[in-house]
Design a protein around this ligand. Structure first.
Ligand code: AMP
Length: 426
């Protein structure tokens, strides 16, 4: 099937050709004709499936057919600023040969430029819910002309507690409209929202949860928590990784790991909700352009990141929710490419690994620990032995427990006051 078979306008076919796409992805094949026909859609699809073009192309076509009033006629709600920015970029890209305007609004940046932008008028508005409500409260945006509503990554919006904001936004929209909902997972809450929102939706399920996972080469290293960062630094260097997206559970953990990797000589940045928008945009640009090797991200910040040809995803900590593992590793192995997902699993994470394997219905191979160095750092040594339960031998090193762990003269001193020395385990 080609894009021309989907009934798209020549201007959109040109835009798609400009992007170098050969053929529509499965979600595009199903969603585009349904959306063009005016149907509501409930699509189970995650980032990487081509879902954005799946809704943006037919929306552009629909809006092009009627005269522009420059008040938003399509509203796309997204959970994160990054996803909002990416969807807006896609709308501008795919709509480059049409005279439609896209505006994006999200929190964490000044509101006035967004008010000015809205005043200039737009056809497609991409927004995170909180900022949209702020703007509506200030009467800076009029949503009464919205014909199409998209909830992108609806599951994540609910996870992030946006349900009340979404309900408030819905009240600002006309009753009669087309509704499109995209969600990578289906919880009861998602089903309830879909039941309320959608009229006789076409249900599309393109990426059965594990499809992406099946194309990704996965492995796990069993390693004590406090040795993870050293193993990671070793893997980056020894395996010549040029671009690795590394997931941590907390913002604080992301910052700390980024600093530690930097100290180990690996160009790194962290991206999470506490970072300013400017810092997040810069980190993402640096990562995409190869100026940094590792991008450490929390689950939420990484959602929807569109990074092409991402070769390696690292789970520095396993997620608590097994579905998040599938999301995370879905960032690699896009569009038929092979990717790698490496998980560092501490002893207390073993149950999480089991839950993931149950969801995937297969075991994740455990890789043998390579030889890697553990530089001696004064305070960290004490912490390491406390956390991972290693009994520190009289010499002061928690050595010998981990096949690969070597300690390197790091200039530091151990708790017992002796300076570090090179020690080879086994
Ligand atoms: P999405 O799932 O919308 O985040 O898209 C993931 C990536 O796939 C983006 O980088 C798109 O540019 C790309 N993409 C979308 N549609 C196609 C297509 N038909 N062929 C190749 N790449 C595509």
């Amino acid at each position: 099937m080609s894009f021309a078979d989907l009934g798209l306008l020549p201007e959109l076919l040109r835009a798609v050709a400009d992007k170098g796409y050969d053929a529509p992805t499965p979600i595009q094949q199903q969603a585009i004709p349904a959306i063009l026909a005016g149907r509501d859609v409930l699509a189970g699809a995650q980032t990487g499936t081509g879902k954005t073009a799946g809704f943006v192309l037919p929306i552009l076509q629909r809006l092009h057919r009627s005269a522009s009033s420059r008040t938003p006629r399509a509203l796309v709600l997204t959970p994160t600023r990054e996803l909002a920015a990416q969807v807006a970029d896609s709308a501008r890209d795919y709509g480059r040969h049409l005279a439609l305007r896209t505006q994006v609004v999200f929190g964490g940046v000044g509101i006035n430029p967004q008010i000015d932008g809205l005043r200039r008028g737009c056809d497609i508005l991409v927004a995170t819910p909180g900022r949209l409500l702020d703007l509506a409260g200030q009467r800076a945006v009029d949503l009464r002309a919205v014909e199409v509503l998209v909830l992108d990554e609806a599951d994540r919006m609910l996870d992030m507690g946006f349900i009340h904001d979404i309900r408030r936004v819905l009240k600002l929209l006309p009753e009669v409209r087309q509704n499109l909902m995209f969600s990578a997972t289906y919880s009861d809450d998602i089903r309830a929202l879909a039941a309320r929102l959608l009229r006789e939706p076409l249900a599309i399920e393109v990426a059965p949860r594990n499809a992406t996972a099946d194309r990704v080469e996965q492995c796990a290293y069993r390693v004590p928590k406090d040795h993870k960062r050293h193993l990671l630094a070793h893997l980056v260097r020894s395996q010549g990784w040029t671009q690795a997206l590394v997931f941590t559970r907390t913002k604080h953990g992301a910052n700390r790991l980024a600093q530690q990797l930097e100290r180990a000589g690996i160009a790194t940045a962290a991206i999470h909700g506490n970072k300013s928008q400017a810092a997040r945009t810069r980190a993402l640009a640096d990562f995409k352009q190869g100026r940094i090797t590792a991008l450490v991200a929390t689950e939420v910040a990484a959602r929807g990141l569109d990074i092409k040809e991402l070769p390696v995803v690292v789970n520095f900590e396993l997620p608590n929710v097994p579905e998040d593992y599938v999301h995370r590793i879905g960032r690699t192995a896009r569009a038929g490419m092979d990717g790698r997902a490496v998980s560092l699993v501490a002893p207390d994470e073993a149950p999480l690994l089991r839950d993931i394997e149950r969801l995937l219905r297969r075991a994740i191979p455990v890789a043998a620990l390579p030889q890697f160095e553990i530089p001696v750092e004064p305070e960290r040594t004490a912490v390491a032995s406390r956390h991972d339960g290693a009994r520190t031998p009289p010499g002061g090193h928690p050595q010998g427990r981990h096949p690969g762990a070597q300690q390197r003269r790091g200039g530091g001193r151990h708790r017992d006051g002796r300076s570090g020395q090179r020690a080879r385990s086994r």
